[in-house]
Design a binder for this molecule. Sequence first.
Ligand code: NAD
Length: 500
Amino acid sequence: MPKTQSHLEAQLEALGFPFALPLEAPHYIDGAFVKSGTPFPIVYPATGEAIGQAYEGQAEEVDRAVQAAARAFRGWSRLAPSERRRYLRAFAAKVREYKPVFEVVESLDVGRPIRENRQGYVERMAHNLEFFADFAVTHGSEAYPMENGYWNVVQRFPVGVGALITPWNMPSMLATWKIGPTLAFGNTAVLKPAELTPLGAWLLARCAHEAGLPPGVFNVVQGFGPNSAGEYLTRHPEVRLISFTGETTTGKIILKNAADSLKRVSAELGGKAANIVFKSADLERAVAVTLRASFFNQGEVCLAGSRLLVERPIYQAFLEKLVAAVKALEPGDPLDEATTLGALIAEEHLQKVQGYIDWARAHAEVLTGGRQPELPPPFDRGYFLEPTVIAGVKPTDKVCQEEIFGPVVAVLPFDTEEEAIAIANGVPYGLNAVVQSRDVGQVLRVSSALEVGTVWVNDWFVRDLRVPFGGAKQSGLGREGGHYGYEFYYETKNVCIANV
Ligand code: NAD
């Protein structure tokens, strides 16, 4: 008897998705797709159903991928940057060709609404590859002539094999953010995506393959973290650099594991951003910015403005507008263009986020949201949570200190600039902050006093790849972006030449 088409299969067909369920996410090693290791399910967060399987890479797969990358490094590192750019441009062109497929895959992997994927997400992926390819071509070295006639020439050269370890919240975008500079600056790469989101990495491997990248230059090993592909990569003696994005606790473990073989580590870690709204802000705009900062990607963003600080004279008016806008968000089917809030990544994560809401019900006030929305089948089995606003909290409460990583924002009133700065800085994290104000002096004073890697003024998550990106305090180590990534992705050598 022919199998009846599921709701998802019908949707995928309507969207022109070229692959049939169940999907497969193999490794990509030395230019070949490899299915080895123990299979594990790929779960669609919006319905809780398994839509395919990936394969857990162990020490063997990691070693094969690293050896392939090390072999490929010999040729790749010697190419002129302009030759590497040709490959990376072809890679980016493939990403653009697969744009509608990536838009669906990101929703399947993450549960994010497809409308958010259609707002420049895939273009940013392609740009990540092209930008660094161009950058490597157009930026040279420095020279320091000495008074005695000697010349110092500062040279940069590739480091070796890079392990790129990414989280599940923006998998394909963050992968390309690392692949771009790694390959453009002459290194080779082994990407280990999060176990919850293996599909984007598989599709990226397809793009690299079809773009004709030489075998071994870019590899993917699927799998988990501890005692699995992630840990083996960080301990492998031939891996020279690790670009990691993920939780602060994981970053610390990776740093320890990498220390034995003295690998360089760049770590982009957790955040607990303050979004500070001053009374001089354009309120309509501030509400729109806050809505994105708190609920884009279900709030599963390291940069999320999860603490909302509002100056007391506008506190009530602002909250009324915000709560109305939050109530208008439509959780549901991520593949429906009308949906404005997707599903959380997994059951376990949903429970963790609900734990914070339970705390708020007992100790503070839940202004809106906090429950699982009632959705029709098959989405009644998905990991959805209403967008939630919590008030009546103190800056030291756990909802204001810990990264919740969900559609939950905690609101705090403040009276003075000094108080807002103290609250904003009063957390262990220091990734970013948002300042909303039309008073230029205030913007300068406040942004200068914030202990973070990025301050967005009157907006959120606007990226220019020339500028440094990274976190202060417990939010990271090092900066990537533009020439700030040189220290990490390049080795540096000084050649001191006698004038004889
Ligand atoms: P995570 O730390 O649990 O996992 C991230 C990656 O590390 C995954 O691929 C995982 O398999 C791997 N991993 C886990 N343990 C490992 C180990 N011992 N050795 C090697 N690899 C290991 O993070 P997550 O839950 O996937 O992602 C959410 C976190 O990522 C949040 O804390 C968020 O703030 C952070 N994040 C930060 C940024 C940034 O730019 N600063 C961006 C996005 C997400």
